[in-house]
Ligand binder design. Structure first.
Ligand code: HEM
Length: 395
């Protein structure tokens, strides 16, 4: 049960109030084209600061980067108002290590809205002791520690002051700059990032592993700058990519790769393709097995009774059973005689005999359809050999 003292009142107020301000902006604040372009551009800058910087560089160390790139990402990410790199990465590593458990800060098992943003309402105190992870590398990182120490003024400047003064000095739209490029842009970046923890655990395919909730979906990728191939990401978190196909939307990967062509990023980590394909095929095989289980494949061989040839003949002669032998198995064709696509006569001629040769080309080489049908007619397993006289002739 959540107690009042467990609530982080400042963070919660910001999270609740900003969407209403954004709604007011959309309805009543005029938007000129320069501010529209700037808001969109700054949305990408701050969003990529989170996905390429906070997430793939610092939380997962999936690639390395020059100092200039690191400073840029640390400053850009601060403008997304999602805590410092150190704070963010600690929670994110806990999320990966303890996915879907009580120690997962944004466990999808606690509901869509909990994983989307309600988890942020709880104070640090109430989360203490849960999901411990190693962040010693971050503590040693000078860029990360500088950003952590100076986070509040840096965040206020990059999230609110910078977008406003660019629009103000640039084309005289101080009010629009603040309402659109600062507040509304921030709300969109917030909820886009939050979708990685909520939507990406609800919508789509479990392409590589279905033991946990992360899923792959194009729509989530679209709103999260490519982070929507989340099943892949949880399976191979050290890979700098989230999408591995060229046609899948992953602008974060494109940026990291582009930066590598001019030396700003390097050592881009990719999980061996052989292992990726293994995971994918295992899941495909599982899906096929589930589909197979829905079909009737006949009585399993191990459950069939055994009959000697003499017992088989007695059943045919004395009890008038419509049985024939094909490849060591006895089939009851009683119901099938009148439906045989090859005609009644051929089936009748096989009763009480071994028709292996005729069935397999001696008379007609049957297709898969016939072999599948046969499974439904299983009657028993033949114990021993068939006398030559009872075998079909090729005619
Ligand atoms: C229970 C056993 C059998 C089953 C389930 C079965 C099933 C079928 C099926 C589904 C076809 C359609 C084509 C295909 O799928 O290959 C077919 C065609 C045919 N079957 Fe059978 N069959 C059986 C036994 C036999 C036997 C013992 C003979 C011969 C002695 C025979 C002779 C033929 C011939 C000649 C055709 C071709 C018909 C045509 O296309 O004109 N079948 N059978």
């Amino acid at each position: 049960m959540v107690q009042l003292k467990d609530i982080d009142w400042i963070g919660s107020t910001v999270l609740v109030v900003t969407p209403f301000v954004a709604l007011y902006t959309i309805c009543y604040v005029p938007l000129c084209w320069q501010t529209a372009v700037w808001s969109l551009a700054y949305y990408y800058v701050t969003g990529l600061g989170i996905t390429a910087g906070y997430h793939r560089l610092w939380s997962h160390r999936s690639y390395e980067a020059s100092k200039a790139y690191q400073w840029f990402m640390a400053i850009a990410g601060a403008g997304a108002v999602q805590g410092s790199i150190k704070w963010w990465s600690r929670h994110h590593r806990a999320h990966h290590r303890w996915t879907d458990t009580d120690a997962d800060p944004y466990s999808a098992h606690l509901g869509f809205w909990h994983s989307h943003f309600l988890w942020l309402f709880y104070t640090e105190e109430s989360r203490k002791g849960k999901g411990k992870v190693d962040v010693s590398d971050l503590n040693r990182d000078p860029v990360v520690m500088w950003q952590h120490r100076n986070f509040v003024p840096l965040m206020l400047f990059t999230a609110f002051v910078l977008p406003t003064i660019v629009a103000g000095y640039g084309w005289g739209d101080w009010y629009g700059g603040f309402m659109w490029a600062a507040i509304t842009r921030l709300v969109v970046v917030h909820h886009a990032t939050f979708c990685v923890n909520s939507l990406a655990h609800w919508l789509g395919e479990t392409t590589y592993d279905d033991r946990h909730t992360p899923r792959d979906h194009f729509l989530t990728a679209l709103v999260t700058m490519g982070e929507g191939y989340h099943n892949f990401h949880h399976e191979f978190p050290s890979d700098f990519r989230n999408a591995i196909k060229f046609w899948q939307y992953d602008p974060t990967k494109w940026l990291i790769w582009l930066a590598s062509t001019v030396g700003l990023t390097y050592n881009l980590n990719m999980f061996p393709d052989n292992e990726i394909q293994k995971g994918r095929l295992q899941m495909e095989a599982k899906k096929i097995e589930a589909l197979k289980a829905k079909l009737n494949w006949g009585v399993p061989l191990k459950d069939l009774p055994s009959y000697t040839f003499e017992e088989f003949r007695r059943l045919v002669k004395e009890e008038n059973r419509q049985l024939m032998i094909i490849e060591g198995l006895i089939y009851n064709v009683e119901e099938f005689t009148d439906h045989h696509p090859g005609g009644r006569i051929f089936i009748k001629s096989g009763i009480g005999r071994d028709m292996t040769s005729a069935f397999n080309g001696g008379v007609y080489n049957h297709h898969n359809a016939a072999r599948n049908l046969l499974q439904g007619f299983r009657f028993g397993v033949l114990d021993g050999d068939v006398p030559d006289l009872a075998k079909s002739k090729d005619e």
